[in-house]
Design a protein around this ligand. Structure first.
Ligand code: THU
Length: 384
């Protein structure tokens, strides 16, 4: 699930690069070098040191002092940016949408802290609009190293796979990818082909391409539209891309029944003597996972067969979509899943997911999840 959006600043949220280049060229002219903004073009997105030092080298400036350039920049940049709105299209809206959707936000910019904070103001937001602000002052190794994005993830307490990075440079895309995040590249600085080659998962013109959203699920849909990967199928609180099952349906049911029956043998039920076996068919892989009830001296610590099968599947695959569930017991009529299990099944299944109840004596009943649990609860931010 998308839990955090990590934004590069320059060229993503703020159109600050023209201002940086104007001030930079102004500085080199003050040293007597006739130059303009274009001198900086290859040196964007990797921090202020690269911005100045590499450009100075390209211009053949011998006794260049970075400290002197930085001091000039520190004084002039705020004066030049003052009173301008440098927000790029869609920048403010996406931050507001994320706040509404309960998604955390961070700025991850290689620029110096003072400049990042200056730019946040110049796009019409405040520092408190972001959960984390990481800058070039916080890391030693600039993008394309993964350090700045990794730092954001640590501070947010979020896994890379639950974060989306918005970038506009090759170094930035590589940095986000190395930190394990999905990266959406803007075409404010590089074109779509370059972004794709650098490893961007999706390419958009600028942030205004992302319409407003109010849940992580909605944003997931929007992003997968751009990544061209297409939508999966909604299984409860999750979207899964199901594989095409090549075997006949009746054959799959027979296999799942056998797995459930074998698990039934293994049930640990010395208190109730009511053994239950279950089998879950994972939609994405076609694999079948077993579960049995496991009772406990402290009765309430007992786990049912269905939940055991589901958690076993998740431990093996990560989030699953359930295409079929078989429950096996020595009951007549065969026992249905309890209400707690139905709620857990609903988290990972479709309303029409088939639930087959069978007894050891061979009685078999077929239901859909919606017949057994017509109104499952799905947490608001997880609804698709
Ligand atoms: N049980 C299950 O395994 N699944 C259900 O859905 C209903 C109940 C188990 C739990 C306990 O070990 C025994 O049946 C009696 O409640």
């Amino acid at each position: 699930m998308i839990r955090a959006l990590l934004f590069d600043m320059d060229g993503v949220l703020a159109d600050s690069e023209p201002i940086s280049m104007t001030v930079g060229a102004e500085y080199f002219r003050s040293l007597g070098f006739d130059t303009d903004s274009s001198a900086f073009e290859g040196n964007l997105g990797a921090g202020d040191r690269v911005f100045f030092c590499d450009t100075a080298e390209a211009l053949g400036i011998r006794d260049f002092s970075y400290d002197d350039a930085a001091a000039y920049f520190r004084k002039r940049y705020p004066e030049v940016v003052q009173g301008r709105d440098i927000a790029l299209p869609g920048a403010v809206d996406i931050v507001r949408s994320a706040q509404k959707a309960g998604i955390m936000t961070a700025v991850a910019s290689s620029a110096l802290s003072w400049k990042v904070r200056e730019n946040i103001r110049a796009i019409g937001l405040s520092e408190s609009d972001f959960d984390v602000i990481a800058t070039g002052d916080d890391v030693r190794r600039s993008k394309p190293w993964k350090d700045i994005y990794e730092l954001c993830l640590i501070r947010l307490g979020v896994d890379g796979s639950d974060a989306i990075v918005f970038e506009d440079t090759i170094a930035g895309i590589e940095s986000g990818r190395s930190a394990g995040c999905r990266v959406v590249s803007l075409m404010t600085t590089i074109d779509g082909e370059m972004a794709g080659m650098a490893g961007a998962d999706a390419v958009i013109s600028d942030l205004s391409a992302i319409p407003s959203f109010s849940s992580p699920g909605e944003l997931e849909h929007i992003i997968s539209d751009f990544s061209g990967k297409g939508h999966g199928t909604v299984y409860g609180a999750n979207e899964i891309i199901p594989m095409e099952m090549k075997m006949p349906h009746s054959f799959i049911i027979e296999r799942a029944k056998r797995v459930a029956r074998e698990a039934w043998e293994n049930a640990y039920a010395p208190y109730s003597a009511f053994k239950v076996g279950a089998a879950v068919l994972s939609a994405a892989t076609g694999r079948i996972y077993p579960g049995c009830n496991v009772e406990n001296s402290s009765y309430g610590a007992t786990i049912c067969a269905e939940r055991n099968a589901i958690t076993t599947a998740i431990a093996a695959e990560g989030t699953i979509g359930i295409d079929l569930l078989v429950v096996c017991s020595d009951d007549d009529p065969p026992a249905p899943p309890c209400a707690v299990c139905l709620q857990v099944i609903a988290e990972f299944a479709r309303p029409d997911t088939e639930i087959v109840l069978c007894s050891i004596k061979g009685v078999e009943r077929h239901f859909t999840l919606s017949e057994l649990l017509p109104n499952p609860f799905i947490f608001p931010t997880m609804r698709h």
